[in-house]
Design a protein around this ligand. Structure first.
Ligand SMILES: *Cc1c(COP(=O)(O)O)cnc(C)c1O
Length: 340
């Protein structure tokens, strides 16, 4: 039986569900995937994830369709990205088939927690890979733990599909390299907490980061990529210090399908004043239109959209992406995995 939660008003927060799934790599091989109902991991005090940041994570979502079937969006892309991250920081990667199997098991065993169709909520799936072997010198671990936990979540920004204001703070954006190395690791996030806190205190939904080296180009928006639209062109930054977002990759495909040109290139700060629409995109943020960008250092303000409404292209892209994710539209790109 589906749980009786206030699905339409779920926050984007951790919540205990029935199970998580785990496996340990030791003596040169991955052990079986095991279900656990514990929210804790017993860990050695010298584990490499604690001392040397050997940690990688992923984020994806499962949705209930009108037909009652559960759909998972592009899990193979997350599996591949986690392998790339693991290799970059010298961890034992989780094979793609094992990752996909684990996602299917954990969603299936937590069916009651997948929000119903129409609620606007989804089941957030969080894979985690950590070094759990004991090391005191700087060395990779000889033991790794892979866990997937899930939680039903509502929109990342409580406003839903409404424009938000974001802040650039050059004095505190130590967090700029959030996706440094194109890898998804918690260690990149630690330094972003201060600028997010400052943005929130200033009444802004998020921080927008400039490239950490020259501060001349737009990087990304915390856990979401940035895009701007003008002259029928979808433009998104290319940078070594942003994470290649699977949502953004999907939007590039959908933008082309709609007849927009797509450019992935360096986006100079000055170009912010030329966009007709701007937004951030990611698994958690989906598409969140940006209504205003405030640069706390220069005092510059850039605004997008009219009457507090998302721009027309952002809205079209949002609706098209949602329709595929929820199964309201055909899935011409083979992005969706259905759990029967
Ligand atoms: C996860 C993440 C994103 C969004 O990527 P998606 O694959 O779309 O969820 C963007 N930037 C950073 C730094 C991230 O960690």
């Amino acid at each position: 039986m589906t749980k009786s939660l206030d699905w339409a008003n779920l926050p984007f927060k951790y919540m205990k569900t029935d199970y998580n799934v785990r496996s340990t790599w030791k003596n040169g091989k991955w052990g079986p995937l095991e279900l656990s109902d514990s929210e804790y991991i017993p860990m050695h005090i010298a584990a490499t994830c604690l001392h040397y940041g050997q940690e990688a994570f992923e984020g994806l979502k499962a949705y209930t369709g009108k037909d009652g079937k559960i759909r998972i969006f592009r899990p193979d892309a997350n599996a591949k990205r986690m392998i790339a991250t693991a290799e970059y920081i010298f961890m034992q990667p989780v094979p793609e088939e094992m990752f996909l199997e684990a996602v299917k098991i954990v969603v299936d065993k937590n069916r009651d927690w997948v929000p119903p169709y129409g609620s606007g909520a989804s089941l957030y799936i969080r894979p985690l890979l950590i070094g759990t072997g004991a090391r005191i010198g700087v060395q990779p671990s000889d033991e790794y733990t892979f866990i997937i936990l899930v939680a039903p979540t509502g929109p990342y920004f409580k406003e839903g599909f409404k424009p938000v204001s974001v802040m650039i703070d050059r004095d505190h954006d130590r967090a700029a390299p959030l996706g440094t190395g194109h890898i998804k690791v918690g260690g990149n996030y630690a330094a972003s907490l201060i600028s997010i806190d400052l943005a929130h205190k200033g009444g802004y939904a998020a921080s927008l980061y400039l490239d950490s080296g020259s501060k001349k180009y737009i990087d990304e928006c915390g856990p979401a990529n940035f895009f701007g639209i003008k002259n029928d062109t979808y433009i998104t930054p290319y940078s070594h210090s942003i994470l290649p977002s699977i949502t953004n990759d999907s939007l590039c495909v959908l933008a082309k399908e709609m007849g927009l040109k797509v450019e992935r290139r360096k986006v100079p700060y000055e170009e912010l004043s030329t966009f007709e629409e701007a937004g951030e995109c990611g698994t958690a943020a989906v598409i969140t239109p940006i209504g205003k960008i405030f640069d706390a250092t220069t005092g510059d303000i850039f605004t997008y959209g009219k009457d507090g409404k998302p721009g027309p292209w952002s809205e079209k892209l949002y609706n098209r992406l949602r329709a595929i994710q929820y199964g309201d539209a055909e899935d011409p790109y083979g992005w969706v995995t259905i759990i029967d």
